[in-house]
Design a binder for this molecule. Sequence first.
Ligand code: TYM
Length: 345
Amino acid sequence: MDQVARQDVPYEGPERVLSGMQATGNLHLGNYLGALKRFVPLADEFETLYCIVDLHAITEWQEPRTLAANTRAVAAAYIAAGLDPERSIIFNQSQVPAHAELAWILSCVARIGWMNRMTQFKDKAGKDREKASLGLYNYPVLMAADILAYKATRVPVGEDQKQHLELARDIAQKFMNDYDVPGFFPLPEPLIGEQAARVMSLRDGTRKMSKSDASDMTRINLSDSDEDIAQKLKKARTDPEPVPSAAEELGRRPEAANLLAIHAALGDETIEAVMARHGGETFSAFKEAMTARAISVLAPIRERMKDLLADVPALDATLGEGAERARAIAAPTLAEAKRIVGFVG
Ligand code: TYM
């Protein structure tokens, strides 16, 4: 999307990292490897804000009690995966009104033509687009507001969010052009991992692992028991050949490539290293190694999540404190954006 002329005025504010996850059900291995796991080391280097995007969640109807439970489950997953709420600001989006307020201003900047190109909207709305909520259509503008309210410069996400990040940059640039405020917003950079940026379904190596897939066998959830993990990996689709031993094979063997990528990302090693060790093995032998590794990584997270979810008042207090810190950062940006636009008061 290049229709917004770039201005050459650098943003001079501090580096800041923000990302978010929807509270719409179980987090899965794709969310973990593509995003959450990568949130943790960034907290050593930058000021970090990680939100649970409950406003985004209701773009598709959610049972209210389930939404609340899912919001807490994502908060628990953040902490269980290694985020420290003292160092990272962890909060749910609906407690910070600046997101929705800035989203309104930005939705008057974004163009309908840009929105019509959003592939995730097309996928989610499906054939009956007339029946999709207006919020689902506007979803990427709210995401831009999440980022720009904090003037975040870096956004760790999986590959599927790349187009939304490009839109956020275009919206930021157009706001600065329209109101002649160069350098007011940063142009946020997506941080997409080299590994596991797109974890695929366990049953179809050409489809993304997704919360919305009807079959639970397509994904490993962070809440899955050891037995579930073992069972799902055992049943994961493969091809009749042995485990690949050369990169050239991966392109034509999507399921094998996906299992190798998952195994590599879980163990912080390269696919080449995994192929050097396991290439030529049968998939049943490889899946045993995979199961052991997946359980060793995921079981401690699951158990920690359970402990955290057993103390709802403490978790809610953490979210409340995070929201207070987030409000303090977003408020001056929103106030300035309102002044720029010409609002009185
Ligand atoms: P969501 O909740 O769909 O996913 C959360 C994060 O997980 C990544 N992800 C994957 N990565 C690799 N393989 C997969 N199969 C996979 N599935 C999901 C996503 O890329 C994402 O990073 N729009 C966002 C939430 C959001 C946001 C934001 C993100 C709202 N505001 C501001 C960053 C900044 C979303 O729906 O993510």
